[in-house]
Write a protein of this length. Structure first.
Length: 379
């Protein structure tokens, strides 16, 4: 079925996560689609809605909101939520139902079985397939692959956000005909006063600030960030680490920092808006176990920040090795050496800053919205 590319669409976004890159993506995309004249609805779960995003979702202009109490893990309430979703679809009759994350992808595709809204296309963006985690067992990968293959006929397309995720989806057995490469993008970052930010951090002029941005959770592997920073800090005492994010590993990270004797070199900002602080950093350190396409990559290059990262989804798109950053194995010594290479050579840092900003022009919100529109309207 083909959707008319010239007419305004009725688009319904469905997501369970209440924060992070998934929520950020939906908020940005919904706003841009509304600006382009489409009728947009967002179904979200209030159960994990993070304080940082609560006012943002409530303040969405010209977007109809629907609260559906979805849980992350399988739960009996999924049955009730499925019928509630079907009722919303019956009333709104959207052209596109765009599901974001695993739980939303399941509900959207099961709802398709109702056949009440025959014209609706189901688009599914996992935002990092859960089996990208290298620690996922072979049994779990097999089971998840079977689940995705079973449900794949019920969707029009699955949007993957990096070549890593594309190759992984193929390995799981998802048909190539169902896969399409997407792109995240952002608006230009607001101007910020680098000196004022660094004064807040009590940073000296010659201090080199390493940034970490993300939830303090298993996926983001913040313990590896702290360990690599501590290793580098022994050789370069002017290094400081700024941690932006909250999560269940906060206490463990603080204990690790104390044990490694770098607690006084780390600034904990909690669940802050990272866009307000990139200007004060000198580089970004990403130690994730897996990613689809982390927004931190995109924000960093827009801010002109060199990136030191593990080889995860998004690194292949945003980081040109030795030009806009360094892609190294998820190893303490390798990461520490990469940080030191940049910290000890201002010339390299300056060259990477320039190259990062040049790369950023490919990752704009307008470009992302246009690509999504093409996917929505394609065969």
């Amino acid at each position: 079925m083909r959707v008319d590319s010239e007419s305004p669409l009725i688009i319904l976004h469905l997501l369970e996560p209440g924060g992070g890159g998934t929520m950020r993506h939906v908020l940005d995309l919904a706003s841009e689609q509304t600006r382009c004249g489409h009728q947009v609805h967002v179904i979200y779960s209030p159960l994990r809605l993070e304080p940082l995003f609560a006012p943002q979702i409530e303040n969405l202009k010209n977007v109809t909101l629907h609260a559906l109490p979805m849980r992350r893990a399988p739960h009996l309430s999924d049955i009730t939520n499925l019928f509630s979703l079907i009722e919303i679809l019956r009333r709104t009759q959207p052209d596109i139902l765009h599901a974001h994350s695993t739980k939303a992808g399941m509900l959207a595709r099961l709802a398709r079985l109702a056949r009440i809204f025959v014209k609706t296309k189901i688009i599914y963006t996992p935002h990092a397939l859960m089996t990208l985690d290298p620690e996922t067992s072979a049994i779990k990968k097999f089971a998840y692959g079977c689940y995705e293959k079973l449900l794949s006929p019920l969707m029009h397309r699955m949007i993957v956000l990096s070549s890593y995720e594309y190759d992984h989806a193929i390995a799981l057995g998802i048909p190539r005909s169902k896969l399409v490469m997407g792109l995240n993008g952002i608006q230009n970052l607001p101007p910020a006063d680098r000196k004022a930010i660094r004064r807040q951090w009590l940073a000296a002029e010659n201090d080199v600030i390493v940034g970490f941005v993300g939830r303090l959770c298993h996926q983001k592997h913040p313990e590896l960030t702290i360990a690599a920073f501590a290793k580098a800090q022994t050789e370069s005492p002017n290094l400081k680490l700024v941690m932006i994010g909250e999560g269940e590993l906060r206490s463990r990270c603080e204990t690790l920092a104390h044990d490694l004797k770098v607690e006084n070199q780390i600034i904990w900002l909690g669940a802050a808006d990272a866009k307000e602080f990139y200007a004060g950093m000198d580089m970004l350190l990403i130690t994730s176990r897996y990613e689809g396409m982390a927004y931190t990559f995109i924000e960093a290059i827009h801010a002109g920040l060199p990136i030191v990262t593990t080889p995860v989804g998004g690194s292949d798109s945003c980081v040109i090795h030795h030009q806009t950053g360094l892609i190294v194995p998820a190893d303490i010594n390798d990461l520490a050496n990469a940080v030191l290479l940049l910290a000890n050579d201002p010339t390299i840092l300056d060259a990477m800053r320039f190259a990062a900003r040049a790369t950023a022009r490919h990752f704009t919100l307008a470009h992302s919205a246009e690509l999504h529109h093409q996917i929505y309207c394609g065969d």
